[in-house]
Design a protein around this ligand. Structure first.
Ligand SMILES: [Zn+2]
Length: 450
């Protein structure tokens, strides 16, 4: 693959990633990460790539790279860094995957194509199973680099930190954080941990490399205070304004609708679609944004797809919302799929509700899909419309105290686990006077945030 092809691959995938995960809406934070990343990249073996650094609006702890120099960090990982040097270390590691051309060997076009599935999803054979729907978003890009690749990216990350004047030993702090969160939740960021089940081993290795690295600034930069000040006010955890579940009921405050999914189905919400499916994967449904000037026009475009046989379209409104609906059958390479689709004009926004099943399962599942569709209605409950996300606040420990006393003062006893993880504390840690801690305040923490 030529460098031109690499760049093209990144350029094509970037808008899909931005559409499916969203950029964190802070121009200053985006500019800060872009500037820091660009400075680091300028010191590398490939300074002339179109280096692009983005903060994604995602609560999960992750960072990843695409060919051609596109690097992403989530707001989730940003919240967990304790200094600018740690951010520099993770950016350096991802830059290392690009400069060593790791990802080029690992990403196929098919995988990149998967990213955009939620955006313009049409019926595709691979979408007949819920697992495929659940993987919409970034799962498939969380590549499994080899152990050697990860080792090399750590080594390059340490080198680039040193060239940028950062203290390379700080990267081991990131490993300590990942280790703490992984051991508590049993889950970690896939890119960072898939080939390294034990971050502790990697931590020791990074410390060794850091002690040998050349650093261009004395003393080397850590910058804890400046970095933390950037996090004050940042959204923490899932943002319930983008939709949340209460059992099988789904509420979307920003778009002001609600829908009841069938009891017991698996559910998943993302920027571009809310989905549900049976655990057997024989029936799925999704609500997503649609293109078109009216429900009827969008429906006729849907029915024009290859292999599609539509039933009689109906223009009956759904709970007062203008709609165009029909049943359909479609023949795919994997067999016949039967389903129902509705396009709704909800306050000027065109939404598509799509439910389908293997033809053999339609008889048992079609009723549940249909009644779910008919439950779609405007959200008017103020208590749900007005939910807000939690946000990080910086709190200075006023005098020496233990963590429990601090949390009691801050009214954050229920967020003890999050406060420990965000600040690398364990148990009922002793806190020195004057220490600045990151504390999630306000809002609710739905969706099992740590
Ligand atoms: Zn990596």
């Amino acid at each position: 693959m030529t460098e031109g092809q690499e760049i093209q691959m990144g350029q094509e995938a970037d808008p899909e990633i931005v559409a499916s995960m969203g950029l964190y809406p802070s121009e200053s934070l985006q500019a800060y990460v872009q500037e820091l990343g660009t400075e680091l990249a300028a010191t590398t073996e490939r300074p002339d790539l179109p280096w692009t650094f983005r903060v994604l609006d995602d609560p999960l702890i992750n960072a990843f790279a695409l060919p051609g120099g596109y690097i992403y960090v989530t707001r989730g990982i940003m919240a967990h860094f304790e200094s600018e040097a740690e951010l520099a270390g993770v950016l350096g590691h991802e830059i290392g995957h690009v400069t060593a051309r790791h990802s080029v060997n690992q990403i196929s076009r098919a995988q990149l194509a998967q990213v955009g599935l939620g955006v313009g999803m049409i019926l595709k054979p691979e979408l007949q199973r819920f697992e495929a729907l659940a993987s919409v978003g970034m799962q498939l890009l969380f590549l499994k680099f080899s152990r050697d690749d990860e080792y090399q990216a750590d080594e390059l990350g340490v080198r680039y930190m040193g060239r940028g004047g950062y203290d390379p030993a700080q990267l081991s702090g990131v490993m300590a954080m990942l280790g703490q969160i992984t051991s508590e939740s049993g889950e970690g960021p896939p890119e960072w941990l898939s080939t390294h089940p034990n971050p502790a081993n990697r931590e020791g290795e990074i410390e060794r490399m850091a002690s040998e690295a050349e650093v261009t600034r004395d003393p080397p930069t850590v910058n804890r205070d400046g970095y933390l000040s950037l996090l004050d006010g940042m959204v923490y955890g899932e943002n319930p304004r983008e939709g949340f579940f209460e059992e099988s009921a789904f509420y979307h405050p920003d778009m002001a609708f609600q829908i009841d999914f069938p009891q017991g189905w698996m559910t998943a919400n993302s920027k571009t679609a809310v989905q549900a499916g049976t655990s057997e994967g024989d029936a799925v449904m999704a609500v997503s944004l649609a293109q078109g000037s009216s429900p009827a026009e969008a429906l006729s475009e849907f029915l024009a797809q290859d292999g599609m046989e539509g039933g009689q379209p109906s223009n009956a409104p759904i709970n007062g919302i203008p709609a165009a609906s029909t049943g359909f059958r479609v023949t795919t390479s994997d067999g016949v799929v039967q389903g129902r689709v509705s396009f709704l004009n909800h306050g000027g926004t065109l939404l598509r509700f799509l439910g389908f099943a293997a033809a053999s399962a339609w008889e048992s599942q079609g009723g549940a899909i249909r009644s779910s569709l008919e439950s779609f209605r405007p959200l008017t409950d103020r208590s749900k419309l007005d939910v807000e996300p939690a946000r990080l606040r910086l709190v200075t420990v006023p005098r020496a105290m233990d963590l429990e006393t601090f949390l009691e003062r801050e009214g954050g006893l229920d967020r003890a686990g999050a406060v420990r993880n965000l600040n690398r504390l364990s148990g009922n840690a002793s806190l020195a006077a004057g220490r600045v801690l990151k504390v999630p305040k306000g809002g609710t923490l739905p969706g099992g945030a740590p």
